[in-house]
Design a protein around this ligand. Structure first.
Ligand code: TMP
Length: 236
């Protein structure tokens, strides 16, 4: 199998395969925060995040959500459908945290019921600004109909993972998803789902088992991901 380098992001590398409709994604050990103003590398993070992604994508597949996953190759790489990523970061929030508190002064931990779905522009040069639907209307990224589908899928993902984590005594505070278009024009869930892209709190507390440990310098990042895996019974 020939694998030609295609693209490198902050936490992943993408390679072409001999199938024009599939790519290989390699999870790196790198961590960034605040639009890469903060940058480090943590041994095992790529492997651990891929294991979480597999875990959550499997859960979503069992519940009928379509994703880009084709197969998992080894400890740090997966095969995925090649998609054109829609340049939107889709964030769903169950409790207020992070940028929502910074921007609007909401109290950390405030319940958001029903869950809040937000769109951000995936553009590092512009610092991923928050968008309203009216803004998206002027961009050639997604039609109103597609946006509604994306929002509905994001809320479905939230319901599935929230309920699953809740039954394991973990609260899914919020998370970020990315969607892509296949060569046939179908919109499917892409990217990763891991403690890098979600906030998880030990239920009834604000103890973070996610990338906030790194963002806020709260301790051992990979150690906290491993603690989460242990609570879930996920073997790493
Ligand atoms: P925020 O509170 O910083 O806006 O983050 C909301 C959620 O999105 C949180 O679970 C972390 C995740 N996220 C990413 O996965 N990538 C990003 O670049 C950002 C800013 C947030």
């Amino acid at each position: 199998m020939v694998a030609t380098f295609l693209y490198e992001g902050k936490a992943k590398k993408v390679f072409e395969t001999d199938d024009p409709n599939e790519v290989i994604i390699i999870f790196k050990d790198d961590a960034t925060a605040f639009n890469a103003q903060k940058k480090d590398s943590f041994s095992e993070k790529g492997r651990v995040n891929l294991a979480f992604s597999k875990y959550f994508f499997d859960l979503l597949h069992e519940n009928g959500v379509k994703t880009h996953v084709v197969s998992f190759i080894d400890e740090t790489s997966m095969r995925a459908k090649k998609v054109d990523i829609i340049p939107l970061e889709v964030v769903v929030r169950n409790l207020a945290a992070g940028s929502l508190c910074r921007r609007l002064g909401f109290e950390k931990g405030m319940a958001l019921n029903p869950p809040l779905c937000e769109f951000y522009l995936k553009d590092d040069a512009l610092d991923d600004p928050i968008l309203c639907r009216e803004h998206i209307r002027y961009m050639n990224t997604a039609t109103e109909e597609e946006l509604s589908y994306i929002e509905q899928q994001a809320l479905k993902v939230n319901e599935i993972i929230y309920n699953f984590m809740d039954s394991n005594n973990i609260t899914l505070v919020d998370f970020k998803l990315e969607f892509g278009r296949t060569s046939e024009g179908e919109i499917i869930l892409a990217d990763e789902i891991s403690p890098d892209t979600c906030r998880f709190w030990v239920k009834g507390t604000m103890e973070s088992l996610d990338k906030d440990v790194y963002r806020e310098d709260k301790g051992d990042l990979v150690g906290s991901y491993k603690k989460l895996a242990e609570i879930l019974g996920l073997e790493l």
